[in-house]
Write a protein that binds this ligand. Structure first.
Ligand code: DGJ
Length: 741
């Protein structure tokens, strides 16, 4: 029988889906806090020692369920320490903590012991703020919790405040720690390299720590700040999955640990490597947000929740009133990079623009090479004036031509970098990250401007603002082509210089935010030599990302598969480029290249002036077909039906619009072997009672396939490909439209 307690219940916002409600409750009797949203409950409490202890994270509990008060975990032996085995919401490094701390501090007097206890809390609009105080010193941490009514995704972060009379140095500051009870788990995470981002890596969670991180000053291609932990073996459709994503575009770290008693915790935030943030008396440091969610429907369920959350809560320019508003599908773009590289001229760009318009492209983007003395990658970065030899009359004639062709105009910039061979560097050699007197390492012949400095930040903002004021530009492709080295900031006293890890990314966000404020119509892409800066931090300020410089349509299938575990296809730009491809020398048909790119937000990046009339007609037809189903593809519920990973001969994806009125299926043969035909596809997520008409976009279904059948048919009997669908690097696409009975 449930105990009657004086509950403080706050009914939080109601989502677009009227049945989805969130609530935040605090029981003063048991000192238990509970957040409910979507199909998720998250519960923590104050234990008798005063620590904030996680109690439950998983499927939604009944409103009548009362979670018992927090009791510290036991020690098996004197070597364990209950301070370690108790899953604290935000543990200070002190007492007997042998696992990853959330916060590690050195005080002015040399004390490094930090123990945080519950002090107070306030209910907020969509969750709680809970204050922890150090047991003796004047350090407090406010933990922020919100929950989304529809997805149950939590947003957690911390504000650390120094109320001591002396400065303290923060050596480690996490956004949050998540805990799971002992069980067999599989960890999924994303790894890669330049031109090889988005590899889904999976392994059994084992004793010890698996560290996912970037020490590079930005998000990085090598690992992405996302994780998913599944109970048991990985499964797309079934089983419990706990997942998280860190909203930070600087050096970051997520540590997944299994402790000596088999419990698992995941701690993430600023990367503690080389970290040392001096907090002066009265100052605060806000951590990034660490999002976390739960799905009972496998990895597919987890990514569908994340996609929806990004569309409805993270991305800018959400349209329409109230909850459920999402950004518009992206314009189909043309980008000049792979067509011209640095060999940019007014006439050449105009020729490309004319052809792009004939294809039905919405936006023409001129990439690198238009500014300063930029003839190659050895010069010009930093000098954001239009190159007078390439564009004797400025950008206006080209932009006017693009407009008169019915497209808007976008421009490439890389504002955080400078080539030593540039006017900017000659004028301000002290503006780059460096340790005085030490050599400065270059990457792609460039140095990193120290955007943590207010003067450099202001300069970059004004330069970009000027470009946007002087030219009718609808879109900026914002690139970033190297990682930090020698990250000194010699204008600050030595012990303060590590602020760069916090101030630089925050100033990048600040510039993006201010540019958007001054130029609300301008859209922005985050690019970092491909997918080196994709995370939920930057996605608050940009409309799309460039996932990889690898535009090979076959490699992209696996990359796009990996990408969608963490991020919505809405932001996943994908271009159709040349065949044979410059990277893998692979030859593919234009239809295959188009279909591969149509799985995300479509772009064209080939030298289209060389395309034949047939190629032009094919691309134009598929762009028209894409426009008709784009919203379903990039904003619907994604089902990865057959994975392209692990040498699979086939792959397939399906998206279903939110109202289940439309579905789009993509099928790909990587390599037909031993004459095997494409497997029958049992579709997912349709309304079983509704009828759906099958409309081929490219390719044919097997002879005898009914033109109209119920959702139940397509999901149980399935969709079969034409028997002639064979070969290597083949693709097909179909739409299913709900039809009236
Ligand atoms: C790297 C980007 O990822 C490419 O798309 C292109 O913009 C080049 N930089 C230009 O230098």
């Amino acid at each position: 029988m449930s105990r009657i307690v004086p509950y403080v219940v706050a009914l939080l916002s109601v989502s677009a889906n009227a049945s989805a409600q969130a609530s935040a409750t605090h029981d003063p009797g048991t000192r238990v806090f509970r957040l409910d949203g979507g199909n998720t409950s998250y519960v923590f409490g104050v234990n008798p020692r005063g620590e904030l202890q996680q109690l439950y994270w998983g499927g939604r509990l009944a409103a009548t369920d009362h979670v018992p008060p927090a009791v510290p975990m036991r020690e098996m032996a004197s070597f364990d320490s209950s301070y370690t085995t108790t899953p604290q919401e935000y543990a200070g490094w002190g007492a007997g903590l042998f696992v990853e701390p959330a916060l590690k501090v050195t005080f002015a007097d040399g004390n490094r012991d930090l123990v945080l206890h519950y002090e107070s809390h306030t209910a907020t609009a969509d969750g709680f703020d809970v204050v922890l105080d150090e047991i003796q010193r004047e350090i407090s941490v406010t933990l922020h919790y919100t929950i989304d009514p529809e997805s149950g995704i939590l947003a957690r972060s911390a504000t650390i405040e120094n109320r001591e009379a002396e400065p303290v140095t923060l050596e480690q500051a996490a956004a949050a720690a998540w805990a799971l009870p002992p069980a067999p788990y599989t960890l999924s995470y994303l790894t890669g390299r330049w031109a090889g981002e988005w590899t889904l890596t999976q392994e059994t969670v084992r004793p010890g720590a698996r560290v996912l991180e970037s020490r590079r000053g930005s998000t990085g291609h090598q690992a992405n700040p996302w994780f998913a932990i599944q109970a048991g073996a990985p499964d797309e459709d079934h089983g419990e999955v706990w997942f998280g994503a860190l909203a930070w575009s600087g050096s970051w770290r997520i540590t997944v640990e299994q402790d000596q008693l088999d419990a698992v915790r995941v701690t993430g935030g600023f990367n503690p490597f080389d970290f040392g943030y001096v907090l002066h008396p009265g100052e605060r440091l806000e951590t990034p947000v660490f999002y976390g969610g739960y799905s009972a429907h496998g990895l597919g369920g987890a990514s569908r929740l994340l996609h929806r959350y990004q569309l409805e809560h993270v991305l800018p320019r959400r349209e329409g009133p109230g909850p459920g508003a999402v950004p518009k599908p992206r314009p189909v773009i043309y980008n000049s990079w792979e067509a011209t590289y640095f060999d940019v001229t007014e006439a050449g760009q105009m020729a490309l623009a004319e052809k792009a318009a004939a294809l039905g492209v919405d936006r023409f983007v001129m990439d690198d090479g238009w500014f300063g003395q930029r003839r190659n990658d050895r010069a010009g970065l930093g000098d954001w004036y239009v190159n007078p030899e390439k564009f004797p009359n400025g950008l206006e004639p080209l932009i006017d031509a693009v407009h008169s062709l019915g497209m808007d105009f976008g421009l490439w910039v890389e504002p955080e970098m400078v080539n030593p061979d540039s006017d900017l560097y000659r004028e301000h050699p002290d503006w780059v990250l460096n340790f005085p007197g030490r050599p400065r390492s270059e990457g792609r012949n460039q140095l990193v401007l120290n955007l943590a400095r207010a003067d450099v930040r202001d300069h970059v903002l004004e330069v970009l603002d000027g470009l946007l004021k002087e030219n009718d530009i609808a879109f900026l492709k914002w690139d970033y082509n190297r990682n930090w080295s020698e990250p000194g900031w010699d204008q600050l006293p030595p012990r303060e210089q590590k602020r760069v890890y916090v101030d630089f990314p925050r100033n990048v966000y600040g510039i993006l935010k201010e540019l958007r404020r001054r130029h609300p119509g301008v859209e922005i892409e985050s690019c970092s030599g491909g997918g080196g800066r994709v995370d939920l931090g930057i996605l608050e300020y940009v409309d799309e990302v460039w996932p990889s410089d690898n535009t090979d349509p076959f490699d992209r299938l696996t990359q796009q598969d990996g990408f969608t575990y963490a991020y919505t296809p809405q932001v996943m730009m994908a271009w159709v480029t040349e065949s044979p491809h410059w990277l893998n020398r692979r030859t593919t048909s234009l239809a295959y290249r188009m279909l591969s790119a149509m799985q995300g937000s479509l772009g064209i990046g080939a030298n289209i002036t060389r395309w034949t009339a047939e190629e032009t007609a094919l691309a134009a037809r598929l762009i028209r077909a894409y426009h008709e189903v784009q919203a379903t593809i990039v904003q619907g519920d994604l089902y990865r039906l057959i994975s392209p990973r692990n040498g699979s001969a086939f792959s397939a994806t399906q998206t279903v619009s939110r109202d289940r009125s439309q579905s789009v299926v993509f099928v790909f043969i990587h390599s037909t072997q031993e004459g095997r035909g494409f497997p029958r596809l049992k579709l997912k997520g349709l309304d079983p009672a509704a009828d759906y008409t099958l409309v081929p976009i490219e390719g044919k279904a097997r002879t005898g396939t009914p033109p109209v059948a119920s959702g139940a048919w397509w999901m149980n009997r399935g969709l079969e490909m034409d028997q002639g669908f064979r070969g290597d690097f083949q693709g097909g696409a179909f739409r299913l439209d709900r039809s009236e009975r």
